[in-house]
Design a protein. Structure first.
Length: 70
């Protein structure tokens, strides 16, 4: 397993729901192209912070993964 994959599994993007970056990346790779779509697919954004912590991190992931496509 690559170091990045290990780090993605250990790095929690949604602290409220303890959802790792690897889950968020998979949702984006599966076609979620907005923060709301990622939230719905991963059952995040509805914890105590209501997405204030994970929303910007998900948007950054969306931007980074979109740039990698080009």
């Amino acid at each position: 397993m690559e170091h990045e994959e290990i780090i993605d599994k250990l790095t929690k993007v949604c602290i409220c729901k303890a959802v790792p970056r690897s889950t968020m990346k998979k949702a984006i790779a599966d076609g979620c192209d907005t923060v709301d779509k990622v939230w719905k697919k991963t059952n995040t954004g509805n914890g105590p912070c209501k997405g204030r912590r994970c929303g910007p991190k998900i948007q950054a992931l969306l931007n980074d993964m979109k740039e990698e496509e080009y």
